[in-house]
Design a protein. Structure first.
Length: 108
């Protein structure tokens, strides 16, 4: 009889352990999220926005699309450090961007 009672007492403790484990995971997740937000805020406040909000990749996408529209070379752009490195199929997809004015592409 005594061993059965002890088994029930141990089993009754299981939901408490699961609840405590869930609380610990929640607290750890909230702390990690807060640290991430703090790091992001520190980055935003210490770096000028014109250096990290510049749509560098977008220029490459649009230029690749315009190369297709104008039957120009995709992989040999003179005078630029950023080159189109995607497959030709991607350039076909970017023709939609290449057909639009730059201010509209940036606003999308």
């Amino acid at each position: 009889m005594q061993s059965g009672g002890a088994g029930r007492a141990e089993g009754a403790d299981q939901p408490h352990r699961a609840h405590t484990s869930g609380q610990t995971a929640l607290i750890a997740g909230v702390a990690l999220f807060a640290i991430t937000i703090a790091c992001y805020a520190a980055f935003v406040f210490t770096h000028p926005t014109n250096t990290w909000l510049a749509p560098v990749d977008l220029h490459v996408y649009v230029r690749g699309g315009r190369s297709v529209l104008h039957h120009a070379s995709l992989y040999n752009w003179p005078g630029t450090t950023m080159q189109f490195t995607y497959p030709p199929f991607a350039a076909l997809l970017f023709t939609v961007l290449g057909a639009l004015p730059w201010h509209l592409v940036v606003s999308l």
